[in-house]
Design a protein around this ligand. Sequence first.
Ligand code: SAM
Ligand code: SF4
Length: 472
Amino acid sequence: MGLNDAARRLCGAPVFEQGCAVKKAFVKSYGCQMNVYDAERMTDILAEQGYAETTQADEADLVILNTCHIREKAAEKVYSELGRVKATKKERALAGRDTTVVVAGCVAQAEGREILRRAPVVDVVVGPQSYHRLPELLAKARRERVVDTDFPVDDKFERLPAPSGARIRGRGVAAFLTIQEGCDKFCTFCVVPYTRGAETSRPVAKIAEEARRLAEAGIREITLIGQNVNAYHGEGPDGAGWTLGRLLRHLAEIPGIARLRYTTSHPRDMDEELIAAHRDLPALMPYLHLPVQAGADRILDAMNRRHTGDAYRRIVERVRAARPDIALSSDFIVGFPGETDADFDCTLRLVRDVGFASAFSFKYSPRPGTPAAEMDGQVPEAVKAERLARLQELLEAQRQAFNRGTVGRTLDVLLEKPGRHPGQVAGKSPYLQPVQLEGEHRIGEIVAVRIVRAGANSLFGESAGAAALDAA
Ligand code: SAM
Ligand code: SF4
């Protein structure tokens, strides 16, 4: 039975109506898109168990923190949030109400039982590969505190319930779809291979089935996600291993799916088939997030990235030859162990050479258990902070310049939600820029918008007629 049915049967009122006697779950997600996807799947599982979602932790019978372990700050945030949860649980207990607290995600995977020791408020610790077992774990948690951080042999995706069309559409007109999990690259700074496990790809048929279901529910844009998404090598209907390029061609045929994206890619896996997909598929948006991390070859080598700065530049040239207007985005780490001023200058030079439309940049954060955490030459915090500020200034200037470059152009905008002010709608350009548009429009429509102004974070535009395809 779905959540709506369960809730209506119980109180005859819409599920989110106050006062309804349905159990409530509060799910807070940290970190990457993979976690957003996992959090949605968890709420689908909970809906089957009769839980309604709430955005208020204090009215929740079940609190789930879906955590991220990528940087130290991300993990510490979880422990401070657990402090707040503890206070809420105590207040609710005084009012005679039980609260079950679950820590899921990569901190759960990495720290396991240690979480139970550090945070007595926690009832269940569940890793990203075993959250499909939530119903069993919650039942068990009535008797004892539980930890499940296995990498189980049963297929998580097979066990996840298919959400109803209404639930899918209730989340918007753009959706994430996990096609690949885990990573075998072992960059020396990164915890992902330890928390998410070995690289695995879902079969093409399963992905296509999920994509069709999303399209039928009214989803217009699908972002295929994976820790290393372009290492995808899932089994095709012909029994062969398909690449991401081939998968994208297949998904582009599904009626209703107007836009496809994918993230996050590794430069080593940008093969010809994927680059050709950017040339050939109008549905594949001209935006590529391709993390480079650093510009100096000796740092890239110490990071075990297995590419040089020039190899990255050449990949960008090939992608731009195939799709000249493509907007590039990247991830950067400053202050990796041993990084000198000269090495950092190589990063700045690479940024100037390539030109990015957007980017994420971080101070190197030593992660216990990773090789880089043990390396000599750890860079002082103040140096990291100064380098990060300089890098971000340059990246921000490039972002603003890219946005200003779209003023005067007509871009197709997928309308996603009501805008900031009454009478406005907000959507996304092909280059993933937020766009605000005046006037009456239907959410889910793709409209041609003439960009008239670039603000600090959004573009502003006016309708330019029914349709246009001016992404070039
Ligand atoms: N698979 C992607 C790739 O190959 O670049 C990245 C996935 S990782 C979840 C997202 C980003 O977090 C990385 O690209 C990196 O910039 C950053 N990151 C990972 N570990 C880090 C660390 N120890 N310190 C700082 N940033 C880190
Ligand atoms: Fe982490 Fe990405 Fe490197 Fe894999 S490829 S280890 S996910 S940074």
